[in-house]
Design a protein around this ligand. Structure first.
Ligand code: SF4
Ligand code: SF4
Length: 349
């Protein structure tokens, strides 16, 4: 079954999704548009453009509700673009609502990003031959796995910030801790499913799915006092923006023909094609499938423009620094060594 499903009842056969899919992964089945999983890169474009909301990924809301009902220790890894969402009047209401839900601890995924960026920096400074393509974005990784498998050796074999954070949380709080990632990206669901237990992530929700969960549990975030995440890394605040990974890895000073940053599926594919043909030979390519970076992820609220989201991120970011990195009374644990390795395999069709 495809990760993206089409509701037969809601689909009105307008074929807007077929026209907008950047990799032509939608075919017809009984006259209705249907996603061909082997070709789909989970960019989420079809979900965003469908006027009938007929396309969706399966929600893991019930999984999270069960963790909480069973009294599991649940830690939420909050993607850094939460500052740029407008699903809640402020991101601190989102954190407060998670705590009201019974979540043990809320941390920013930036803790995982810090580990991954340091690893990229190490690989970059080793000056290994060939081009390193960053692997933070699961859609960019799927483009390579499905359409440019010849470039698999160019991926550094490093997990994404989400997975790094999941492994860190489990090492700190126990392997039985349930880690729930909340973010702006549908592809994170397939990344978790593809790596199963090795991903260290037990469920993935989008911001909107989280809002639905709050409503189902009769929690009104707007009526709660603000709360900050327990841990963050304020100096990496620009991580969900274009060039954010390079900056975090200390590579941005080198932006040149040797270090390039590409975003959007089209630009990623053009760049991978040029690299495959030997037309370019940069040392590093930062590849993000969303124009402008993760703050423009497909599961962000679509009412805000990209510039408005950027402005929101920069306006709210200092609050975390000013009020301290963590919520009051939150314990910090020492940071153990975390295995950051992962394998990539071709999944072409
Ligand atoms: S998620 Fe992206 S690649 Fe997959 S079918 Fe939809 S538009 Fe096409
Ligand atoms: S750039 Fe877009 S697709 Fe890639 S990780 Fe960020 S939100 Fe997901």
């Amino acid at each position: 079954m495809s990760t993206i499903v089409t509701s037969k009842a809601q689909c009105r056969d307008c074929y807007k999704c077929i026209r907008n899919c950047p990799v032509k992964a939608i075919g017809l089945k009984d006259g209705q548009a249907w996603v061909v999983e082997e070709k789909c890169i989970l960019c989420g474009k079809c979900i965003v453009v469908c006027p009938q909301q007929a396309k969706a990924t399966a929600s893991e809301q019930a999984v999270v509700e069960k963790f909480l009902a069973d009294g599991e220790r649940v830690v939420v890894s909050l993607a850094p673009s939460y500052l740029a969402t407008a699903f809640f009047s402020s991101p601190w209401k989102l954190v407060a609502a998670l705590k009201a839900l019974g979540v043990f601890r809320v941390e920013e995924t930036l803790l995982g990003a810090k580990l991954v960026a340091a690893e990229y920096g190490r690989v970059f400074r080793k000056h290994r031959p060939g081009t390193m393509i960053t692997s933070c974005c699961p859609v960019a990784v799927q483009i390579i796995e499905k359409y440019y498998p010849n470039l698999l050796p160019n991926l550094p074999g490093v997990v994404s910030p989400m997975v790094a954070h999941g492994r860190l949380i489990k090492a700190q709080w126990g392997q039985d801790t349930k880690v729930v990632f909340v973010g702006p990206c549908f592809a994170k669901k397939s990344e978790r499913a593809a790596t199963k237990g090795a991903s260290a992530i037990d469920a993935v929700l989008t911001f909107e799915e989280l809002k639905t969960l709050f409503t189902a549990q009769q929690i009104n975030p707007e009526g709660l006092a603000d709360q900050l995440p327990a841990e963050s890394v304020p100096r990496l605040r620009t991580f969900p923006l274009k060039q954010g990974t390079l900056k975090a890895a200390g590579i941005d000073d080198h932006l040149s023909a040797d270090v390039i940053s590409v975003c959007g599926v089209q630009e990623c594919m053009e760049t991978f094609a040029a690299l495959s043909k030997g037309e370019i030979r940069p040392q590093v390519i930062e590849a993000l499938a969303c124009r402008g970076g993760c703050i423009n992820g497909p599961a962000m609220d679509q009412n805000l423009t990209l510039p408005a989201r950027r402005a929101r991120l920069f306006a709210l970011a200092p609050v975390v620094t000013e009020r301290g990195e963590g919520g009051k009374g939150e314990v910090k644990k020492p940071e153990p060594a975390v295995d950051l390795q992962r394998r990539h395999t071709a999944t072409g069709f």
